[in-house]
Design a protein around this ligand. Structure first.
Ligand code: SF4
Length: 99
């Protein structure tokens, strides 16, 4: 079953046994508010990845104006989002390769 998760900019192809959001035993839906990076159930389209890159840029801009400890954490978060985006596009294949 697929669940749209616009806050995390992904689609969750929910399989409870692989979920990192710690759903209850027997749950048939994810705990999307606890969505975790690196979950094998996460699927991103190119649009999701582009929006994630934009979010990383926004967070980086916030970090520039934030006090040092907060800015450091914001930059680390922006870096993680960029890494996720880069991994998405590095793994992407043109549709011609699917046939
Ligand atoms: S961690 Fe996120 S992607 Fe993984 S099952 Fe939970 S909501 Fe879905």
């Amino acid at each position: 079953m697929l669940f749209d998760n616009p806050d995390a900019l992904l689609i969750c192809a929910f399989k409870r046994e692989h979920a990192l959001c710690d759903p209850d035993p027997g749950a048939n839906a994810p705990r999307q508010y606890e969505c975790r990076p690196g979950c094998g159930n996460a699927v991103r389209t190119d649009t999701h990845a582009r929006l994630l890159r934009e979010r990383a840029d926004e967070i980086y801009q916030l970090s520039v104006h934030a006090p040092k400890p907060v800015g450091k954490r914001l930059r680390a978060h922006a870096d993680r989002l960029r890494e996720t985006t880069e991994a998405h596009f590095a793994a992407a294949r043109p549709t011609e390769e699917w046939t």
